[in-house]
Design a protein. Structure first.
Lengths: 80, 402
């Protein structure tokens, strides 16, 4: 999964961040600072799980604080 | 006091555009375009057109809101801008919001149901959890504008918008200086549409200029519309202290009643609501310059409303109008739009006409303003609303210096 994949899914689920599309520069900015609340993260995680054929438990979703956290988790699950 | 108004209606997006359309006699009723309604028995609606929510709201809010909430958020933004309350004038707990919606988020929910049935439960948006909900406009307006005072949501079909404004007045009286309040509805997706048709009172007339004729001998039901109004209701001293640049007028009294059950010998509750609202305002019937009627456009209900009005004011005792004939019935949006209309009638000294209504049965004994607006000094207006299944609400609007 790339940052562009994540941006596409985030925007589809929860709209564009106030600061514009997600880029490499903001990969370590917290979702909270990007303007995405817990529901936005849940919605995004559920769409990712569907698209990539993964299962991400809700309590694990709440631990995903930044875009990098999501990319790392998804890519490790995809490889596994 | 009302110090700001935001309004979105089928015949005008924005307060002054709506008012100009009403005075020019321009209707927002037309063939439904939101979906292909050619196979439905009713096809005329009041759609808000030329309104792009993305031009007014942040991208993040769009996937989590129904069209009705988008309209409500923008109306609230415009009301607050209109009131020109400088940041820091009030604390977040000094400001509250009270709204009403009768139908909730139909269009959003319809799309989520579609996903549920075609793609399964995992495809349903997490935002469905609140996007459908009657309190969603109160919640979203509160979050967007940091209004943390005592807020609530009221549901009473078409009567709910006036009830919300009445509750806003009580909230101000209890010490919250600013309440952002009103109502907005929209349910013009296929599911929302059939739900409205199921009520049995929607007009089957296919000519938009004949479809909704309140108090006309040819009244054939009502036309549903979308939109509404959000008002800034502000404490008089607070408005004066901050030097509010405008005061549209005062919400002077409110009352709500409920009808007796069908078959009861007791009369409907509309007259009682009107009487109690006048009493709450300390206004005698002869002081009322205009009644903005509920005007549902169904003969027995028009007759019952005419009886309620004449029993209070006497035969042809007060000018009556139902400009909602230009917008369709907006459910919870209707009362607040009528209150805005009342405030502008007071400001400009003119009573707008009842849409295309032309022939009023003599038996109604109403002085119905129709055909063209009527210039007249207006200081005190009684606004009436009835909701299906027995809700009645009445609100008295008064010139600020009266």
């Amino acid at each position: 999964m790339t940052i562009d994949d994540l941006n596409r899914i985030l925007v589809a689920c929860a709209g564009e961040a106030d600061s514009g599309p997600l880029t490499e520069q903001r990969v370590d900015t917290t979702f909270e600072d990007l303007g995405y609340d817990s529901l936005a993260r849940m919605e995004t995680a559920s769409r990712i799980a569907d698209e990539f054929g993964l299962s991400i438990p809700d309590d694990q979703v709440m631990e995903l604080r930044t875009p990098r956290d999501v990319l790392d988790l998804v890519n490790s699950l995809v490889r596994a | 006091m009302v110090t700001g108004i935001g309004l979105v209606a089928p015949n005008g997006v924005g307060l002054e555009r709506f008012w100009q359309a009403v005075l020019d006699g321009r209707s927002g009723l037309a063939e439904l375009t939101r979906f292909d309604a050619s196979g439905y028995p009713c096809r005329i609606a009041g759609e808000v057109s030329g309104f792009d929510p993305a031009a007014h709201l942040p991208g993040r809010l769009l996937p989590q809101t129904d069209v009705s909430t988008q309209l409500a958020l923008v109306a609230a933004d415009w009301a607050l801008q209109d009131a020109k309350i400088e940041p820091g004038t009030y604390t977040d707990y000094d400001m509250a919001t009270v709204t009403s919606t009768a139908t909730g988020g139909f269009d959003f929910t319809h799309r989520e149901f579609d996903k549920l049935w075609s793609q399964g439960p995992r495809a349903v948006s997490v935002y469905e959890s609140f996007a459908w909900f009657y309190a969603v406009n109160t919640g979203q307006i509160s979050i967007r504008n940091q209004l943390r005072g005592p807020s609530t949501a009221l549901v009473a079909e078409q009567a709910g918008g006036l009830d919300a404004l009445g509750q806003a007045c009580r909230t101000v009286r209890r010490g919250t200086p600013v309440v952002v309040s009103g109502g907005v509805d929209s349910a013009l997706d296929p599911w929302g549409w059939v739900s409205q048709l199921a009520g049995g009172q929607v007009s089957r007339e296919s000519d938009p200029s004949r479809a909704y004729l309140p108090f006309d001998a040819d009244a054939a039901g009502y036309v549903p519309g979308e939109g509404g109004a959000i008002l800034v209701v502000e404490d008089e001293d607070g408005a004066r202290r901050r030097g509010a640049h405008q005061v549209y007028g005062e919400l002077a009294g409110h009352a709500a009643t409920f009808d007796p059950p069908p078959g009861s010998p007791r009369p409907p509750g509309l007259r009682r609501a009107a009487q109690a609202a006048l009493a709450d305002a300390g206004v005698r019937p002869e002081e009322v310059d205009l009644v903005l009627a509920d005007g549902v456009g169904v003969a027995p209900l028009d007759r019952a409303e005419a009886e309620a009005i004449t029993s209070l004011f006497g035969p042809r005792g007060v000018p009556v109008s139902a400009p909602k004939a230009f917008t369709g019935r907006l459910y919870a949006g209707a009362g607040p739009v009528d209150v805005a209309t009342a405030l502008l009638a007071i400001r400009d000294g003119v009573i707008p006409a009842t849409g295309a209504t032309a022939r009023v049965p003599d038996e109604y004994r109403l002085d119905l303003v129709h055909g063209a607006p009527r210039p007249a000094p207006v200081s005190t207006v009684l606004v009436l609303a009835r909701g299906r299944r027995g809700f009645n609400s009445a609100l008295v609007v008064r010139r600020a210096d009266a």
